[in-house]
Design a binder for this molecule. Structure first.
Ligand SMILES: [Zn+2]
Length: 183
């Protein structure tokens, strides 16, 4: 497959027929490749295997840029801070020490754009699923109620930590502290 540098020169998708059979109908697949820029993500490569006969399609998006690993720390002080927009890269882990809660890196290859409140809702969803686990149900209930109260604006402050090995995550606030990882 021709993968020379000139493939990268523009954003017009390149298309090649491959010798890989379609998993659905056996016809040779086409490989479509292009590089483009997505807000927050910056440069990504989009690769698609495509069958022209049965329209089978398999697309992968790969990030090109990596940066220095970093940890973002944001002190959430009030209800408005909950609406702070953030970008979480696919490898970023989020934790809130005061709530003993964390979210491991997602499955989504493109990461996600959300808010602090959106992350709290995700934690809440995760805690709902844990309900029947052998962790003490009273503790889970208490922490769920606490998160609900925060989302409804009770003004409880907490620390929002985003640890990103890719270094691409960001939190749209002037009060974010960025810690570089020790090399
Ligand atoms: Zn096919």
């Amino acid at each position: 497959m021709p993968m020379t540098d000139d493939v990268y020169d523009d954003e017009i998708p390149k298309e090649f027929v491959t010798e890989t059979p379609c998993p659905s109908c056996g016809e040779f697949l086409y490989f479509i490749f292009y590089r483009t820029n997505i807000t927050y993500e910056e440069a990504v490569e989009i690769e698609t295997f495509f069958c022209k006969k049965c329209l089978y399609k398999n697309t992968q998006i790969r990030q090109i840029d990596r940066r220095e690993p970093k940890t973002l720390v944001f002190q959430v002080r009030n209800h408005d801070d909950l609406r702070t927009v953030l970008y979480r890269s696919p490898e970023a882990k989020i934790s809130i020490p005061e709530l003993e809660a964390d979210i491991e890196p997602g499955e989504i290859s493109t990461g996600e754009i959300t808010t602090v409140e959106g992350i709290l809702s995700q934690i809440l969803d995760k805690l709902q699923l844990l309900d029947d686990d052998d962790a003490s149900p009273d503790d889970l209930k208490a922490i769920r109620e606490r998160i609900k109260r925060i989302i409804h604006g009770n003004g409880e402050t907490f620390t929002f930590v985003m640890d990103d090995p890719m270094g691409k995550s960001r939190i749209n606030s002037g009060r974010v502290i960025t810690l570089k990882h020790e090399g």
